[in-house]
Write a protein that binds this ligand. Structure first.
Ligand code: 5GP
Ligand code: ZN
Length: 114
């Protein structure tokens, strides 16, 4: 828990969020500013500032976030596909310094991203 981290506060319940899925390792909630009909964030409950800060010992936790994202996408009915994004650092467009996967779906995604 990082006391000044907004996503740690969402994990703790001190900031409200539309919670979609949760287990002992991760939390999934709706993005406040959705960029697609489905726009969810999947985060580890433990504070990891970014992918660049993740330790090799956290590999299975990172894998858990990915496989849970696929399950959540299935449960959300994203049968036509979806996009998982992990913005990392200032050049990667990361604005919240708690590692999070964006799960976007419900429309056709373009490539390359901006
Ligand atoms: P990033 O730009 O770091 O990849 O993504 C951060 C995301 O967090 C953005 O899509 C933004 O809309 C979302 N976000 C920022 N603050 C909050 C919040 O307080 N609640 C929720 N649900 N989403 C947030
Ligand atoms: Zn945090």
């Amino acid at each position: 828990m990082s006391s000044d981290c907004i996503f740690c506060k969402i994990v703790a319940g001190s900031i409200p969020a539309k919670r979609v899925y949760e287990d002992e390792l991760c939390l999934c909630f709706a993005d406040l500013n959705p960029q697609a009909p489905t726009h969810l964030l999947v985060i580890p409950k433990v504070h990891i500032a970014s992918l660049a800060e993740a330790e090799p010992a956290q590999s299975s936790l990172l894998g858990h976030l990915l496989t849970k994202s696929a399950e959540i996408a299935r449960a959300a009915g994203l049968d036509g596909g979806y996009r998982v994004i992990l913005n990392t650092g200032p050049d990667g467009g990361q604005t919240v310094d708690h590692l999070h996967l964006h799960l976007l779906g419900g429309r056709h995604m373009t490539w390359p991203p901006g």
